[in-house]
Design a protein around this ligand. Structure first.
Ligand SMILES: [Zn+2]
Length: 555
């Protein structure tokens, strides 16, 4: 039976209160997803159960998985003009993973205000920047619970109601982080809990979230190096840093941050109880976010710290350079940062000393926000891949302004580099939307893509909201969304072989061929799944697609 429903939220643009409450009640008539029934610790154990039970529950059973998929596709097409039905469909559809998410930007302003009140935090009545309780003054007021000041803060801390005028969306978006920073900095574990709660509410299986990691090694590196830093200095700098008597202890301290974050959010959610809630079953991994506008010695140290941490814990899987790519410091240091990543790739990745992978914000640029004379929008993506060894690209909005874009798109496809597509963010920060967005070009060249949220709290969106933009503004069909969900797990920074030989054609590996993928696994397939964390999650996604598609009403 599909019973004991833990249901997704009704809207793609999820109300915060609903998320906080766990979105535990299905909206009337919505297809239900029973995470508990299909979400066992060993996914393959649940395979047969899903196959048999969902069919029994379907209002009108569809004969084959292909027929069920077609029914879901038909349903999707039929409800594109029905906002409520589309929201429900897109909230419930299995989504794989969110691969591009900044932790502090993922939380809604209302939640930050809840925490601000509990902390006694005040908010400046002119700038709307939060200040610690000890800094409350005549120019601040206590964080409110409602009213016009509350509404003003929500607008200042997010894109809620934003209208471009003297201030651009670009500047308003990036300014939000400093305004809620005092609150965000004090609630890491609750933020992580909020993230997986929202993910579970939208039928996501996996999240990679970014926050500032590796700071202990970064600080040590800044102390170990003085003066300017060039690419030629990197071997000597690395030798000095790793020979520092404090190096090992700093790495240990950085690993402890990662471990504490993992344990902390699971404590918030009581994940070690006998019956942990669905958010506890969302696989969460961390990506070290290193600000590209910081000091270069600190940046290098944090990157070293990330590679070292990943040797010790599988909780951290990647590193990413963040902060505005069009910042003058980010632009002037871009080649040095790529050289750092190339150096560390040869030091750690080639000899298989560290499993850390690289994803880079690249091509989050438009000419309008570049300094005069800058050519950054002609080469950042290509350099990120060719020199920075980026396995994934974040945004890639300006790909068509890169030198020889067709060749670059083909190269991305040939290298199997996935682009993390963040439609709301690109719309709000860069004013790139609709046909001006290069998503169609990526798809036309066979570049793998996956939708991601970037900063869902600031954007007032969610992964379901990104699906909605893909459906209504990019005109993607059901099977394209399904392929993107599959690609999100194919390109997740998880260990293990894939379930697929081809995601584009949904062709499983030989061990899992011959039956229904996500159905009853053969002995050979069970062996394959047992040996791969990635394949197990991919199998679970297929289970959820079977359940979702079989639960769709017949036309
Ligand atoms: Zn980002």
């Amino acid at each position: 039976m599909i019973a004991g429903v833990r249901q997704v939220c009704a809207s793609g643009l999820v109300a915060l209160a609903a998320v906080s409450a766990g979105c535990s009640d299905p909206a009337p008539g919505e297809p239900a997803v029973d995470a508990a029934a299909i979400d066992g610790a060993v996914a393959i154990d649940a395979a047969g159960e899903v196959d048999a039970d969902v069919g029994a529950d379907a209002a009108t059973a569809c004969a084959t998985p292909a027929a069920c998929e077609q029914r879901a596709a038909d349903r999707f097409d039929a409800i594109l003009g029905d906002p409520a039905a589309l929201d429900a469909f897109l909230a419930a559809v299995p989504k794989g993973g969110d691969l591009h998410q900044h932790l502090s930007g993922a939380v809604y302003a209302e939640t930050y205000l809840d925490w601000a009140r509990a902390d006694g935090v005040c908010v400046n009545t002119t700038t709307f920047a939060a200040v610690a309780a000890s800094s409350c003054s005549a120019s601040t007021q206590p964080a409110p619970a409602s009213g016009s000041f509350f509404d003003q803060i929500v607008r200042a801390w997010s894109m809620e109601g934003f209208m471009a005028g003297a201030e651009t969306g670009h500047d308003h978006f990036f300014a939000t982080f400093g305004k809620f920073g005092v609150v965000a900095g004090a609630h890491r574990d609750e933020e992580l809990a909020d993230v997986v709660t929202r993910a579970a509410s939208e039928n996501q299986l996996y999240v990679e979230t970014m926050f500032n990691l590796g700071r202990n090694v970064g600080t040590l590196a800044a102390a170990d190096w003085t003066g300017t830093l060039t690419a030629a200095d990197l071997p000597a700098f690395y030798a000095t840093l790793t020979a520092d008597p404090q190096f090992a202890a700093r790495v240990t301290a950085d690993v402890a941050v990662v471990t504490a974050a993992h344990d902390g959010y699971r404590t918030v959610l009581a994940c070690d109880d006998l019956s942990p809630s669905p958010p506890c079953r969302v696989e969460l991994r961390f990506v070290a976010q290193v600000s590209r506008t910081g000091a270069n010695d600190q940046i290098f140290g944090q990157l070293v710290g990330a590679f070292e941490m990943a040797r010790q814990t599988g909780l951290i899987v990647g590193a990413n350079l963040s902060s505005p790519e069009d910042d003058p410091a980010a632009i002037s240091n871009y080649e040095l940062h790529m050289a750092m990543l190339d150096f560390l790739y040869r030091r750690y990745t080639e000899p298989a000393l560290s499993p850390l992978q690289i994803t880079l914000h690249a091509g989050e640029l438009t000419a309008a926000y570049l300094p005069p004379g800058s050519t950054a929008n002609t080469f950042h993506i290509r350099r990120a891949v060719q020199v920075g060894h980026a396995a994934r690209i974040g945004h890639g909005v300006d790909v068509m302004s890169e030198t020889d874009p067709a060749a670059l798109l083909d190269e991305l496809a040939a290298r199997d580099v996935l682009v993390e597509v963040c439609l709301s963010s690109n719309d709000q920060i860069l004013e790139v939307r609709g046909a001006a967005h290069p998503l169609a070009q990526y798809l036309a060249h066979g570049v793998p893509v996956a939708l991601a949220t970037d900063d869902q709290g600031v954007s007032r969106s969610s992964l379901a909201g990104e699906y909605k933009k893909a459906a209504l503004e990019q005109h993607l069909g059901y099977r394209q969304l399904k392929t993107m969900a599959r690609d999100s797990l194919q390109h997740a920074f998880l260990p293990g072989a894939s379930l697929w030989t081809s995601v584009a054609t949904a062709t499983p590996v030989a061990a899992c061929a011959g039956g229904t993928v996500g159905g009853a696994a053969s002995a050979a397939c069970q062996d394959h799944l047992a040996g791969s964390e990635r394949a197990r999650l991919q199998w679970k996604l297929e289970q959820r697609f079977l359940a979702f598609e079989q639960a769709q009403p017949a036309p």
